[in-house]
Design a protein around this ligand. Sequence first.
Ligand SMILES: Cc1cc2nc3c(=O)[nH]c(=O)nc-3n(C[C@H](O)[C@H](O)[C@H](O)COP(=O)(O)O)c2cc1C
Ligand SMILES: Nc1ncnc2c1ncn2[C@@H]1O[C@H](COP(=O)(O)OP(=O)(O)O)[C@@H](O)[C@H]1O
Length: 310
Amino acid sequence: MHLVRNLDNYTCRAEGIALTIGNFDGLHIGHRAVLSELKEKARKLGIKTGVMCFEPQPLEFLSCEKIPARLSRFRDKFLGLKELDIDYLFCPKFNQKFACQSPESFIEDVLVKRLNVKLLIVGDDFRFGRMGKGGYDLLVESGRKYGFEVYSMSSYRYHGERVSSTVIRQLLREGSLDKVSEMLGEYFYIRGKVCHGRKIGSTINFPTANINLNRRVVPLFGIYAVKVCMPDGSMRYGMANVGMRPTVNGTYPLLEVFVFDFSGNLYTKEIKVSFIRKLRDEIKFPSLNELKQQISKDEQETRAYFSVHP
Ligand SMILES: Cc1cc2nc3c(=O)[nH]c(=O)nc-3n(C[C@H](O)[C@H](O)[C@H](O)COP(=O)(O)O)c2cc1C
Ligand SMILES: Nc1ncnc2c1ncn2[C@@H]1O[C@H](COP(=O)(O)OP(=O)(O)O)[C@@H](O)[C@H]1O
């Protein structure tokens, strides 16, 4: 899959493209349904597929209020779309100039002149251009004028409920991880490089691989039973804390993972942590010893849940 950040650098215009536009945060089953429809339609026309998303996400740029937590980092989205065999990921910078484009100039300059879109699939609530003035009807009308087909996909439903990134964020906050994994089509995960911490973990016999969240707004907090994809690709069980570590006076949120039956060095290596079940919320303990006792109980509970014993 090719990543095109600057649309001026796209050189395959002549071929035409089947495109879909959206945030695709989390790549949930609704997104996957759109992408499989896109691939099927592109195959019939003998053209390549493209996804257009924006960085930062339009709401992150436009909103003065609290920014919604992201389900996936850009790199996760990139790897997920690549795995789904999408040919191009267009990711123009969403800035003031982009936000101010009229819907008509977005269609003419971006979709027609730069990309030569032949087929476009959007969700039924898709809005675009200055103040979100453009919608499906304008796209259909423009498609007739410039020669591209437009399809609108109705919201994907799971057991009657509309699948959306917003619903998934809410379920993560509630700790309903079973429902989350059904809507995502996989367990919710955070992937990242292991960094150094304060070495307190080893002193209480629970060394934890730390993943910096880089001021990212995370959609879940607390203590979880997890599966860990290790740097060598093997899968291990463990437990994780996403939190502030009040017992040791932590000042910023961190993801920390204790991997069961493992001893080795993970610093600077990448791991993928999948969240399977919420155990509890984070607590401020009066002493490290009490924290250690609680983590031992968490370990017993997690081992019983996964049926893994040392
Ligand atoms: C399963 C698990 C549960 C934890 N629960 C708490 C908690 O409830 N409260 C807290 O302050 N820290 C909690 N921690 C975080 C520990 O404080 C942290 O791992 C310890 O401070 C080690 O920090 P270090 O990585 O900087 O050495 C938990 C860690 C793990 C792995
Ligand atoms: N079972 C394990 N789970 C997690 N990390 C482990 C484990 N065994 C060894 N390690 C290593 O120990 C490090 C964590 O030790 P810790 O004392 O918590 O230091 P830090 O404060 O730097 O995270 C991890 O980054 C990893 O390299």
